[in-house]
Ligand binder design. Structure first.
Ligand SMILES: [Zn+2]
Length: 330
């Protein structure tokens, strides 16, 4: 998501400017308080100019060494004067939040750790996978919960592996449709996928079908909040991975259905994967969204069917998958 990088870079630029300002303030404060430091800084500036001249003139190597020594002596004198006037010896040094890249965001032409960390922060923010949602991870799966039925356990392990493969095999374009009754863990496993994508430093956008339908409605009819709604749709079209939660829970009309189909078609054309989870099966999809949407899902999505008890009623994290079947092209 270019926006995450742009926001991260802007934040680093802001930090650099603030630190530069603070450095200059420190310099002015010292110069006002200790005139001797002004004199030393002036000498250091002159030495700097002379040193550059020597670098250009290779025959002047002796002077170069002399000036370097002079600079070292002046810096030592400066440290002594600073401390004798109650300042720390590095009080006038440049202030940097990151000493690896001096707040440039890059080191050896590669993004510095500080920039990568900020990109990850904004990537998560824009992904919509925040708060408690960020805690739903594949690592949190407790496979022992499925010991009561070897068939269920095997199926869970298979689903786990299938979805991890989906994320890790980046050169193979795949879409996944997860279907099953309410409370069978579709949202949980979709969030695990979202968090794993973020861990892999890829962009994902997680959005409920309800909010997407609402966004389409606002944009198409220019209702209040259409700017934010437009952003939701922009993410839906452009992000690396799109996850639509609970398709079928939203209100729908022909414009919403057409736009949804348009998003799916556009992403297929661009080879940008989609995961959709829904209580609806293919027949229900056909009834509700029409043949074109149903055929797109049948033809372009791997179908993961999750059957089992309502986990929310059981109040514990278990997923029962009694059957997994793939439809369409793999
Ligand atoms: Zn850095």
């Amino acid at each position: 998501m270019k926006k995450a990088f742009f926001m991260a870079k802007s934040e680093i630029d802001k930090i650099r400017k603030e630190n530069r300002k603070k450095t200059l303030e420190n310099k002015v404060n010292v110069h006002n308080a200790v005139p001797e430091i002004v004199r030393i800084d002036e000498k250091l500036a002159i030495c700097g100019v002379r040193l550059v001249r020597c670098v250009i003139d290779e025959n002047n190597r002796k002077s170069y060494e002399e000036i370097k020594e002079e600079i070292i002596n002046l810096q030592e004198e400066k440290r002594k004067v600073l401390t004798s006037n109650g300042f720390s010896e590095n009080f006038m040094d440049e202030i940097y939040a990151c000493l690896r890249c001096n707040d440039s965001g890059f080191k050896e032409n590669k993004p510095c750790q500080c920039l990568s960390k900020l990109v990850a922060k904004y990537r998560r923010k824009f992904s919509n996978v925040v708060g408690q949602m960020a805690k739903k991870k594949f690592n949190n799966f407790d496979f022992s919960l499925f010991d009561y039925d070897s068939k269920v356990k095997k199926s869970v392990e298979f689903a786990y592996d299938t979805l991890l493969n989906f994320i890790n095999i980046s050169d193979k374009f795949t879409n996944i449709f997860i279907t099953g009754e309410s409370g069978t863990g579709k949202t949980f496993i979709s969030l695990c996928v979202a968090n794993k994508i973020l861990e892999n430093e890829k962009d994902v956008y997680y959005q409920s079908a309800y909010n997407m339908a609402d966004a389409i409605d606002r944009v198409k009819f220019d209702k209040m909040g259409s700017a934010k709604a437009g952003e939701i749709l922009k993410f839906a079209y452009t992000v690396d991975y799109l996850i639509i939660d609970d398709l079928g829970a939203e209100f729908s009309n022909s414009i919403i259905i057409t736009t949804l189909l348009n998003i799916i078609d556009y992403r297929i054309m661009k080879k940008r994967p989609i995961i959709i989870n829904s209580n609806l099966g293919l027949e229900d999809i056909k009834c509700r969204y029409g043949l074109r949407v149903a055929s797109r899902i049948a033809g372009e999505f791997k179908m993961l069917r999750m059957l089992g008890r309502d986990l929310r009623l059981k109040n514990k994290v278990t997923i029962e998958i009694n059957e997994i079947e793939f439809l369409g092209e793999s």
